[in-house]
Design a binder for this molecule. Structure first.
Ligand code: AMP
Ligand code: ZN
Length: 487
């Protein structure tokens, strides 16, 4: 079987995955900024990393998955105001009411799409002390300076002395300097590309904590450095996030970590690509987005009907996480069809008749499932290979191919575990429960009818049979008893 390879954004290559501590994986993924409802684009990124988390565990790694909640420090684009603080000000609520509302929404949505919770979900506000401590450390090392009560990271000095600033995103520091727009607060910085480790709060800024420099709040980039280091160590295996976080967020994380701890914080950087709508990135700020509930309920202007969370998840996984994906009715309809076909084959597989010989190489097919995932978590290839399994299940059912009982069991186990454990597709529990309950109800009616028959109550006997027939359910009496089929 192939080895697991993953694409490292830092090297720009697929690399063989070798964790720092054998059999253990530390993985950090930037979480949401909880100032509004997560949109489907955000959900895509979290599904991408959920599948990575699931597959690593499936391979037997002990994974510690840390995904933070950004509840402070993320500034509005082109502004000095914290996103949560601004929303709280506009809605006349406590910032923590905003955080609570949208954290609950985030969890509900991820639960609906069947994501597993991370091992630790730390918040930025729960780590202010650590953020102050690391800021002091970076100042002491000479790579940050105070200006007007705020602390800025000295990017130029870092780039001259420690390491290239821009090595992850491929940006050149000179171009960054000339491209930086003049924003408010820029005059405090030595260079425009310097970024804040600590910001002094303006009088109207409601989120603030005391520090040696000012009453203020920590910088967004710093929280991820602090929380990843605290829970995963100074160097850990995987750091993920959406492609749009590569610069400046992740670039800054590398600079902070390397300055504070003297080493590169992350071995493998992974970036998930964007979900687009009408060919443009889904985004909160531009309004070009769909909310998960709008698609699950069908309450939107874009699509003609509702799509279930299961279908939406399946749709997302039909694209590789590093490719863009555009949301469209046609793609969702195709996903709905594909998902149903897969689930029907999974229902059928355990009912297949065993033969004394197999005409299909089940072991090679199982290898192909691992090969797909080992090639940088290639879920579209995995799904294509699962459909090869679906085709074979149907052929065996139609007696055009044959499988031994052992092979049927292998096929059944593999198709189920890759669909449910690895891809995290929804098990149709409700379907299963419904069909079980349905079965029981029909059985009760059959029993009543048998009793009526025994009592020669032909009116009731016929009534039960005829009424069921109206719903397309046909009762069949035989020596063995009464069974039913759908007409
Ligand atoms: P935010 O709450 O804005 O910090 O975003 C949370 C996560 O969603 C980040 O990893 C972003 O990179 C990611 N993200 C934002 N927009 C999209 C999109 N259109 N498609 C996929 N991921 C996105
Ligand atoms: Zn982050």
């Amino acid at each position: 079987m192939s080895e697991l390879k993953l694409y490292n954004s830092l090297s720009g290559k697929k690399e063989i995955f070798e964790p720092i501590v054998p059999k253990h994986v530390g993985m950090y993924v930037c979480g949401p900024t909880v100032y509004s409802n997560v949109h489907l684009g955000n959900v895509r990124t979290f599904i991408s990393f959920d599948v990575i988390y699931r597959y690593l565990k499936y391979l037997g790694y002990k994974v510690r998955y840390v995904r933070n909640i950004t509840d402070a420090g993320h500034l509005e684009d082109n502004s000095e105001e914290d996103k949560i603080s601004k929303k709280a000000r506009l809605e006349k609520l406590e910032p923590m009411e905003i955080v609570q509302e949208y954290t609950i929404d985030f969890h509900k949505v991820l639960d609906l799409v069947n994501n597993q919770p991370p091992s630790i979900e730390p918040t930025a506000t729960g780590h202010i002390i650590e953020q102050i401590e690391i800021t002091k450390d970076i100042i002491n090392k000479g790579y940050a300076y105070e200006s007007g009560g705020s602390i800025y990271f000295d990017v130029k000095k870092y780039n001259d002395v420690i390491d290239t600033y821009g090595k992850l995103s491929g940006r050149k520091i000179d171009e960054m300097i000339s491209n930086t727009r003049e924003l408010s607060g820029q005059e405090e910085k030595r260079n425009p590309q310097d970024f804040a480790l600590w910001k002094k709060a303006s009088p109207q800024h409601i989120m603030r904590w005391p520090s040696p420099w000012s009453n203020g709040f920590p910088g967004w980039h710093l929280e991820c450095t602090v929380m990843s280091t605290k829970y995963l160590g100074e160097q850990f295996d995987i750091h993920g996030g959406g492609m749009d976080l590569k610069f400046p967020h992740h670039e800054c994380e590398i600079a902070q970590g390397k300055t504070a701890n003297g080493k590169d914080p992350v071995k493998y950087w992974m970036h998930a690509n964007m979900l687009t709508l009408n060919g443009k990135k889904m985004s909160k700020s531009t309004g070009n987005h769909l909310l998960p509930n709008e698609i699950f309920s069908g309450d939107n202007q874009l699509l003609s009907k509702a799509y279930s969370p299961a279908v939406v998840r399946f749709f997302m996984l039909q694209a590789h996480y590093r490719n863009m994906l555009d949301l469209s009715e046609d793609a969702l309809l195709a996903a709905e069809k594909g998902y149903k076909r897969l689930m029907e084959a999974i229902k059928l597989v355990d009912k297949l008749p065993g033969s004394n010989k197999s005409s299909i190489d089940v072991n090679a097919w199982i290898d192909s499932l691992y090969d797909a995932m080992n090639d940088d978590f290639n879920t579209p290839i995995l799904i294509a290979n699962l459909f090869e399994g679906v085709k074979n299940i149907n052929l065996v059912n139609d007696k055009k191919e044959s499988l031994t009982q052992t092979d049927i069991e292998k096929l059944s186990k593999a198709i189920k575990s890759f669909s449910f454990e690895v891809l995290g597709l929804h098990k149709l529990e409700s379907d299963a429960n419904n069909s079980q309950s349905f079965d029981k109800v029909i059985q009760i009616l059959i029993d009543i009818r048998n009793k009526a028959r025994a009592e020669k109550n032909w009116t009731l006997t016929d009534q039960i049979r005829d009424e069921l027939l109206k719903f397309g359910i046909q009762l069949k009496d035989s020596k063995e008893g009464t069974t039913y089929t759908f007409k």
